[in-house]
Write a protein that binds this ligand. Structure first.
Ligand code: AMP
Length: 114
């Protein structure tokens, strides 16, 4: 199966601006930011969509939120506020089929999403 863009970033085949990395997770700037802070927190394990998450992945998915908290503080949006989003499949707006948590902040965000 062809690699997604995120697998290529994880494998260092294409560059990204990396804010956090450990053996299981990488966090990078979104190439097309929708706000002053727009970071993607990506598990290195290939999970295509939220629909494929299994019990064994629960700690990993939980850790994505811990990294979001860490980065929100680092980028000083923890007090002003931010949003974390997983998009799933076509109606959810998912374009890269390797799950990733969007961390978005640094401006007042609109709600509800369209
Ligand atoms: P989603 O639509 O939820 O699947 O989000 C995919 C995100 O990946 C979009 O916000 C894109 O802007 C972002 N993206 C696509 N290619 C790259 C890349 N090479 N580096 C960083 N972010 C990317």
């Amino acid at each position: 199966m062809n690699k997604t863009i995120f697998e290529k970033i994880i494998d260092k085949e294409i560059p990204a601006n990396i804010h956090y990395e450990d053996e299981n997770i990488i966090a990078i700037d979104d190439i097309n930011p929708v706000a002053p802070v727009h970071i993607l927190i990506i598990p290195k394990k290939k999970i295509s969509t939220l629909n494929e998450i299994e019990d064994i992945d629960i700690n990993l998915v939980g850790k994505l939120f811990k990294i979001a908290k860490f980065l929100a503080k680092k980028f000083e949006i923890d007090k002003s506020g931010y949003r974390t989003i997983f998009n799933c499949n076509e109606d959810g707006g998912q374009t890269v089929f390797h799950i990733h948590l969007h961390l978005i902040g640094g401006k007042k965000l609109g709600w509800p999403p369209g």
